[in-house]
Ligand binder design. Structure first.
Ligand code: 5RP
Length: 262
């Protein structure tokens, strides 16, 4: 691997092999998502505890200070919305030239394996990988999943492996039972999305089980920024990702930090 790409990978995944990525890209299909109505305030208070930020270019340019010291994985897919008919049909929304201009450490692109549009999205991923490799930029492939699809290890292992086979350097997928199988059969590091907001203890247990199963980390959004105390929650997740904390220990960190002034 060339120095530039390796350096970017090392900035995203820390020396212990783990990463806490903070997903704040939701507006690209959800609009002003709860917790991110004013992205700047939320992002700037959480960023000190994250290893990496995952925004859109709009949020990055308008809501993130330029002197921030954190690698950015830029969302470069979209084109559909939560109220449209074809949410599982994303295309490329950002040129690699603009990604380079934004000094990113990586780019993120969603594929929709098993949907009517899987071919378009997998070809889109391949195109992004071709362009990104020219500049040594790692691609994070996100395995998006339709409402009526089975959320099991068979599906996530299939979608994750397909993403890796098409050149993704990291795969972002969802936690499921027998998650070891998803990690073991994927040839690149795997991180989990948090998904819809869960009770805090359940989100911490999910992060713990994913790390135990071999995940490189989490790329979590709503379960952090929609928590009652987002800073306390990111500190708790961080303890699981980097300090081998159990869910109970992490929950105690959450509670101790929640008592402090928000
Ligand atoms: C969509 C995405 C989201 O925009 C986001 O990054 C997911 O994060 P979370 O589920 O933890 O809120 O990846 O496919």
């Amino acid at each position: 691997m060339d120095w530039g790409k390796k350096n970017r990978m090392d900035r995203i995944i820390r020396p212990d092999g783990h990463t806490l990525m903070l997903a704040v890209d939701h507006g690209y299909f959800l609009g002003p998502t709860s917790g991110l109505e004013k992205p700047r305030k939320m992002i700037m208070q959480l960023a000190p505890y994250a290893d990496c930020l995952m925004p859109t270019r709009g949020v990055l340019r308008n809501c993130v200070d330029t002197n921030i010291d954190i690698p950015v994985v830029l969302r470069v897919s979209g084109g559909t919305s939560v109220i449209g008919k074809e949410i599982l049909h994303e295309g490329i929304t950002v040129s690699m030239k603009d990604a380079v201009r934004l000094n990113v450490a990586g780019v993120a692109f969603s594929i929709m394996v098993g949907s009517e549009y899987e071919r378009d999205t997998i070809l889109g991923l391949s195109q992004v990988v071709d362009q990104a490799e020219e500049y040594g930029i790692p691609v994070v492939a996100v395995t998006a999943v339709g409402k009526d699809m089975a959320r099991d290890d068979r599906y996530f292992a299939l979608a994750s492996r397909i993403a890796a086979e098409h050149g993704a350097s990291i795969v972002k997928t969802y936690y499921c039972d027998r998650f070891e199988r998803v990690v073991d059969t994927c040839t690149v590091p795997v991180v989990i999305a948090g998904g819809k907001k869960l009770p805090e203890m359940e989100a911490l247990e999910m992060a713990y089980k994913a790390i135990e199963a071999g995940a490189a980390g989490v790329d979590m959004g709503r379960n952090i920024f929609q928590a009652d105390n987002p800073v306390a929650m990111i500190k708790a997740v961080r303890a699981i990702v980097h300090e081998k904390a159990t869910p109970r220990e992490a929950y105690n960190i959450l509670k101790a930090n929640s008592r402090k002034k928000k």
